[in-house]
Design a protein around this ligand. Structure first.
Ligand code: FAD
Length: 117
């Protein structure tokens, strides 16, 4: 399907930035509920992402490699690996997943309760 490649790339960059930042802030020790939220969020995201062709590929990808939700480290590494799978398919360079959390600062406070202020 034809589309505007510049717009699709822009949406992709903004979305990856958001997703990686979300993982960098995911709890180190998530509760059962937080784990379910992340799992469900990613599965729903992969059906609703506005580039239909991208969504389709990504849904298949994360059905094969289910979201890792046991810790901040697992979640960040999982998303980095999924982004690399997409990079591979689009023939883009593979990203180094070491210290990924520090590469995505959010400009917010260090504990969830501090985010309220
Ligand atoms: P992006 O891939 O957007 O990455 C932005 C920046 O993130 C990079 O410059 C780099 O600093 C960093 N980065 C790169 N790799 C990683 C990684 N593994 N982990 C952490 N950070 C990293 N486009 C299509 O044309 N077809 C598709 O099927 C398609 N599927 C997509 C599926 C999803 C879920 C998303 C979010 C986007 C998809 N896109 C797709 C868009 C595509 O992935 C890119 O976002 C877009 O092409 C712009 O690429 P970019 O080179 O600017 O870097």
């Amino acid at each position: 399907a034809m589309g505007n490649e510049t717009e699709r790339a822009e949406l992709g960059r903004a979305t990856w930035k958001f997703l990686h930042t979300m993982m960098a802030r995911y709890p180190e020790k998530p509760s059962k509920e937080e784990r379910k939220s992340l799992h469900d969020f990613m599965m729903l995201f992969s059906t609703l992402y506005p580039c239909g062709e991208c969504a389709n590929h990504f849904n298949k990808l994360i059905t094969t490699y289910p979201p890792q939700t046991s810790s901040r480290f697992s979640a960040s590494q999982w998303l980095c690996a999924m982004h690399n799978k997409v990079n591979e398919r689009l023939e883009k360079p593979i990203f180094d997943c070491n210290n990924i959390e520090s590469k995505y600062p959010c400009g917010c406070a260090t504990t969830p309760s501090e985010n309220d202020s």
